[in-house]
Ligand binder design. Structure first.
Ligand SMILES: Cc1cc2nc3c(=O)[nH]c(=O)nc-3n(C[C@H](O)[C@H](O)[C@H](O)COP(=O)(O)OP(=O)(O)OC[C@H]3O[C@@H](n4cnc5c(N)ncnc54)[C@H](O)[C@@H]3O)c2cc1C
Length: 475
C-alpha cells in the first residue's frame, strides 16, 4: 500500500461524502457471511450512493493496489461478499444505490440500481402491471447486484430462466475506474461479443455492477398449486414431463421435497404443518401460472394429477384452495434451510445434473451417504425442474457436531466426484465465492479455467477485485 492509511481513508471518505465506516463496531454487521463460515476484517466499509462514486473508489483502489470486496444483501452462500482476515481490503456496500431509474411497461423492461432489494424490484414491476420473475427465499434482503453477480436461480427458473436470462443491459464500474454504460433495452443486438455476460456470475471479481436493465413479463393473474406425494424421484421427473406437455408450458415451479424436510420444518418452524394426512417418502410442490385470469389451471392440474394417482406415480395430492393454502405450501418449502440450521450442523452441496438423471443420482449418492455417513441424514431437496438439488446432509440426532463437520471435505469430494460422473455441476446456483475455489480448480475443464484467468488478467490486471474469490493467484 503506497499511501498512509489515514490519508487514504480521508480520500475514500471524500469520494463517498463521509459515508465511510471505520470503527470495528460499525463494520461488524458486514464482516461475516450469511452462513457464518467466514469472519473477515476490513480497511473500512464504504457506502457510495452513485455509480460515479463507485467508479471513483475503484480508480483510487486500483492506483493504490487495494483489494475491493463488493457486498449486496450479504445473503450469498459461498462467502463471496466477506473480506479476508488481513484488514487491508475495502468493503464497498451497494445498499445506497437503490433507485429504480425507469420502468417501461411497453418495452417490458425496467432499470434498477444494483442495491435495489429484489422484493422492491418485484413490487415496482407489479405496480406497472408487469412481472419480474426472479424469486428466492432471500428476496426480502438480497440485492439485484448480488443476484446478477451470482447469476441467481430460484423457484421460477424452469419457466423464465436464471438471472442471466433476465438481463438486457448493465452498467458496470470497471477496476480501472471507467464506467461501462450499457443499459440497453434491446431484445436483439448482435454487435460483437456479449460483454455484459462476463459480469453475470463473476461474483464481483471483474468489476462492480451499478445498475441493470431487466426484462419484465406479463403479470401473473391465475395460479394453481399442489402439494403431492410422489412414489419416488423417478415418478417426479415423469410427472414433470407430463405437466409441461399438458399445461402447454404453464409450469412455473416444480420443487422436490423429501420426508425429512417436512418433518424438520414442521418441528422447527412455527406455523408449518404437513399438508397431507399421512407420511410419504417424497413430495413435489407444483405451481402453474398464467397471465390469463380465466385460465382453468386447477382443472389442468387435476387432469394431470388424477391419472398419475391411479397409475401409482402419485400416492396422494392436495390442490391449494386459496392463497393461504398456497402460502402454507411455500412456507414449508422456503424454510427448509432455516429448519436444517435449527436442527444442527449440515453439509451442503448445491449441485445439478441433467433432469433425466436426477432419480439415478439421488439413488447412487443417497446409497453412498447411507453407507458412509452413519452420523448424517440426507435432506436432498430443491429445484428438480432444473435438475438442481440441494444435496444436504444433516447431523443425525445425538451425533457429535465437530466430528460430523470434520468429515465435510471427504464427503464433499465423494459427492462432487459422483456429480462429475453424471455430467453435473458442483455449483448450480450459489456460485464459487471463497468456499469452492479449490473445487472449481479440480472440476472445471482446464481450457475453461485458463480462459477465466485470461479474462481476469485482461479486466483486472492488478487483481484488486474481490481477491481470492472464484479464482486465486491474481495478480
Ligand atoms: C434463505 C435463502 C434462500 C436462498 N435461495 C436461493 C435460491 O433459491 N437461489 C439462489 O440462486 N440463491 C439463493 N440464495 C443465495 C443468495 O440469496 C443469492 O446468491 C443472492 O443472489 C445473493 O445476493 P446478495 O445481494 O445477498 O449478494 P451478496 O451475498 O452480498 O454477494 C454475493 C456475491 O456477489 C458479489 N456482489 C454483490 N453485489 C455486487 C455488485 N453490485 N457488483 C459486483 N459484485 C457484487 C459479492 O462480492 C459476492 O461475491 C438464498 C439465500 C438464502 C439466505
Amino acid at each position: 500500500m503506497s499511501a498512509p492509511p489515514a490519508r487514504l481513508l480521508e480520500r475514500i471518505a471524500s469520494i463517498v461524502g463521509g459515508r465511510l465506516l471505520t470503527s470495528a463496531a460499525q463494520q461488524q454487521p458486514f464482516l461475516t457471511d450469511h452462513r457464518a463460515l467466514y469472519h473477515g476484517r476490513a480497511l473500512a466499509v464504504a457506502q457510495p450512493e452513485s455509480a460515479e462514486q463507485v467508479a471513483q473508489l475503484l480508480a483510487l483502489c486500483n492506483a493504490e493496489r487495494i483489494g475491493v470486496v463488493p457486498q449486496g444483501g450479504n445473503t450469498g452462500y459461498c462467502g463471496g461478499a466477506t473480506p479476508d482476515e488481513s484488514g487491508a481490503q475495502l468493503l464497498i456496500s451497494l445498499a445506497r444505490l437503490k433507485r429504480i431509474r425507469a420502468v417501461d411497461p411497453l418495452n417490458d423492461s425496467l432499470i434498477a440500481e444494483a442495491g435495489c432489494v429484489l422484493a422492491d424490484v418485484q413490487r415496482a414491476a407489479d405496480e406497472a402491471q408487469r412481472f419480474f420473475p426472479l424469486s428466492l427465499g432471500s428476496q426480502g434482503s438480497c440485492q439485484i447486484g448480488g443476484n446478477l453477480s451470482t447469476n441467481a436461480g430460484g423457484v421460477h427458473v424452469l419457466r423464465y430462466g436464471m438471472m442471466r436470462e433476465l438481463v438486457l443491459g448493465l452498467e458496470v464500474a470497471l477496476p480501472d475506474g471507467r464506467l461501462l454504460s450499457s443499459l440497453s433495452r434491446l431484445r436483439k443486438d448482435n454487435t460483437g461479443y456479449d460483454i455484459k455476460s462476463l459480469f453475470l456470475g463473476a461474483e464481483g471479481t471483474l468489476g462492480i455492477i451499478t445498475a441493470a436493465s431487466l426484462k419484465l413479463f406479463p403479470r401473473i393473474r391465475a395460479t394453481a398449486s399442489a402439494f403431492a406425494a410422489v412414489r419416488d424421484p423417478e415418478a417426479a421427473v415423469e410427472l414433470l414431463a407430463r405437466l409441461r406437455e399438458n399445461s402447454a408450458e404453464r409450469v412455473s415451479s416444480f420443487e422436490l421435497i423429501p420426508r425429512l424436510a417436512v418433518e424438520l420444518t414442521s418441528r422447527h418452524i412455527p406455523g408449518v404443518r404437513d399438508p397431507l394426512d399421512s407420511p410419504h417418502r417424497w413430495y413435489v410442490l407444483i405451481e402453474l401460472t398464467s397471465a390469463r385470469a380465466r385460465d382453468p389451471l386447477d382443472e389442468m392440474l387435476s387432469e394431470c394429477l388424477e391419472p398419475a394417482l391411479s397409475e401409482g406415480l402419485l400416492e396422494d395430492a392436495v390442490i391449494a384452495r386459496n392463497a393461504r393454502d398456497r402460502a402454507d405450501f411455500w412456507k414449508l418449502r422456503e424454510t427448509i434451510p432455516e429448519a436444517q440450521r435449527r436442527d444442527g450442523a449440515s453439509l451442503k452441496h448445491d449441485i445439478s445434473v441433467p433432469v433425466a438423471a436426477i432419480a439415478s443420482f439421488i439413488e447412487r449418492a443417497g446409497q453412498w451417504v447411507a453407507d458412509n455417513v452413519p452420523d448424517g441424514r440426507l435432506v436432498a431437496y430443491g429445484h428438480a425442474g432444473d435438475g438442481n438439488l440441494h444435496f444436504n446432509i444433516n447431523q443425525a440426532p445425538g451425533a457429535d457436531r465437530a466430528a460430523f463437520l470434520a468429515r465435510g471435505e471427504t464427503i464433499q469430494r465423494a459427492i462432487h466426484d459422483l456429480v462429475r460422473q453424471f455430467d453435473g455441476s458442483i455449483s448450480a446456483e450459489h456460485g464459487i465465492g471463497r468456499l469452492k475455489v479449490g473445487e472449481l480448480e479440480r472440476y472445471a475443464p482446464p481450457v475453461e479455467l485458463e480462459l477465466m484467468h485470461t479474462v481476469k488478467r485482461a479486466l483486472d490486471p492488478n487483481g484488486i477485485m474481490n481477491p481470492g474469490k472464484v479464482l486465486r493467484g491474481h495478480p
